[in-house]
Design a binder for this molecule. Structure first.
Ligand SMILES: [Zn+2]
Length: 475
């Protein structure tokens, strides 16, 4: 095959302008095919994609607070002259990530589980470490192409806890999921710890943050057992608990020569900033309170059985019974034919068919040996409630419960729509005798409320509030 002279020329050109760049951290040469201006341009382009995937969290005061802390740390980094951008994303995912060129993102989801400004600084410092060490650029050079043309520097959290993330992950390609290897993560921890010390925070906050994430993993393992599924796998970063992770201790410990005598913790200021923070689903995805699902834009409500665990994500809404042998799923689609015809398509050869109004709307419920399908037409939409069970015996036991859920469907009035509020973090002072079990009784978080409360207050798995302590609750 004849080589094109133009291609050869183009290759030389690229080499001259962006061959070996100097690494800002080590001062050595990196084999990255990218200049700093290319890196910034890449980050700027990918930032547009991130803002399409996620929404920016609508709270100017919190955005400013995060940006102020981030800029302070960035000025003490190995690349103080880069133009950094810190953005809080409106996502329940527990995550933070960085793009090349100085774009750093932190979710409201992870902020809910942090308990001081120093911990938030540790998350931001770790991400700044990815930027200064040019991990994103190196990964980009190594893997060349992903769907968005860039590998997102994954934080501390390798796999995320919900479906919404998986959707994004699928869209962005495998690079997001695979994250960085152990070496890059440790380097980001090492650099982050240094930057913390230089900005008068305690570098040990880095280890506490890794502990926060480790507890998420332990919690997921517990929930996975309840739900009879495999726990989500995390990559090597969290193979061991941070307290016994000698390499993590070592890289963070390197910052000790810089450690300040009176480190800034700013616990109270951070907690004040957290008050009112949206927890879990945003209103756009529908809100579940005490097993009642309401959706403002769709203008609907559906009440699941009290003991069932309800999972809501942008991809699906599904509830499981405690025995895990029955599920109810809710979907919205376009109507086609009558509700009865629709139900018959969902459950071919039904053994039973009931045509009835539900909440004064045309509806039908079809049944076969182990499932019930409810179809309700309203507002030019078809609302589907599908109850499936493991066996005819289970259906016999759960039939009325599932039917009650189907019949609980209704449209909301304008006032009811407007009144839908997301769950939010609130602050209170613990009284003597308060326990998380007690606080959980009046929590809208459902059956694992005590565990969530311990996690957000960093007292998982067995801590209890001390009288006078500021406690975060979810209301
Ligand atoms: Zn990382």
């Amino acid at each position: 095959m004849k080589k094109s002279p133009f291609l050869l020329l183009a290759a030389c050109f690229a080499l001259t302008f962006s061959g070996c760049a100097q690494n800002p951290v080590s001062g050595g040469q990196d084999f990255v095919m990218m200049s700093e201006s290319q890196e910034i341009a890449l980050g700027r382009k990918a930032d547009i994609d991130v803002r399409k995937q996620y929404k920016v969290y609508n709270n100017a005061a919190l955005q400013k607070y995060v940006n102020d802390v981030g800029q302070k740390i960035a000025r003490q980094s190995h690349r103080p002259n880069l133009n950094y951008h810190f953005t809080v994303l409106d996502s329940p995912e527990i995550n933070a990530f960085a793009l090349p060129g100085g774009y750093v993102y932190i979710t409201r989801g992870i902020l809910a589980y942090l308990n001081s400004e120093a911990e938030m600084a540790a998350v931001l410092g770790h991400e700044i470490g990815h930027v200064t060490a040019r991990h994103g650029v190196k990964q980009q050079s190594a893997s060349k192409a992903t769907n968005i043309g860039i590998s997102l520097a994954k934080i501390l959290v390798p796999q995320l806890n919900n479906q919404a993330f998986q959707d994004v992950g699928n869209l962005l390609g495998g690079a997001l999921l695979s994250g960085y290897g152990r070496e890059h993560e440790l380097e980001a921890d090492r650099l982050g710890a240094q930057y913390l010390a230089r900005t008068e925070y305690d570098p040990q906050a880095m280890i506490r943050v890794v502990g926060v994430l480790k507890n998420q993993e332990l919690f997921d393992a517990e929930i996975a057992k309840q739900e009879g599924r495999e726990p989500r796998r995390y990559h090597g970063t969290f193979a061991t608990h941070p307290d016994s992770d000698t390499r993590l201790q070592q890289v963070v410990g390197e910052a000790k020569n810089l450690t300040v005598t009176n480190p800034v913790e700013n616990k109270n200021e951070f907690l004040q900033q957290s008050a009112g923070l949206v927890f879990g689903d945003s209103v756009d995805e529908g809100v579940v309170r005490d097993n009642r699902f309401t959706h403002r834009d769709l203008g609907i409500a559906l009440t699941f059985p009290p003991e069932w665990s309800v999972k809501n994500s942008s991809a699906q809404l599904v509830a499981l019974n405690p025995q895990r042998d029955a599920a109810i799923e809710f979907q919205v689609t376009k109507p086609s034919g009558t509700p009865g015809e629709f139900a018959r398509r969902m459950l071919p050869n039904p053994t039973g068919m009931e045509t009835l109004p539900i909440a004064n709307l045309p509806a039908a419920i079809a049944e076969n040996s182990n499932a019930l399908a409810g179809v309700i037409y309203g507002e030019n939409k078809a609302f589907l409630v599908l109850g499936t069970t493991k066996s005819p015996q289970v259906l016999a036991a759960q039939r009325e419960t599932i039917k009650t859920t189907i019949r609980s469907f209704r449209l909301l009035s304008e006032e009811e729509r407007k009144a839908i509020k997301p769950l939010t973090i609130q602050l209170s002072h613990a009284q003597s005798g308060d326990t998380y079990a007690k606080l959980a009784q009046r929590s809208p978080l459902g059956k694992n409320a005590d565990k969530y409360l311990r996690l957000i207050n960093e007292q998982y798995p067995a801590g209890e509030p001390v009288a006078g302590q500021t406690v975060k609750t979810v209301e």
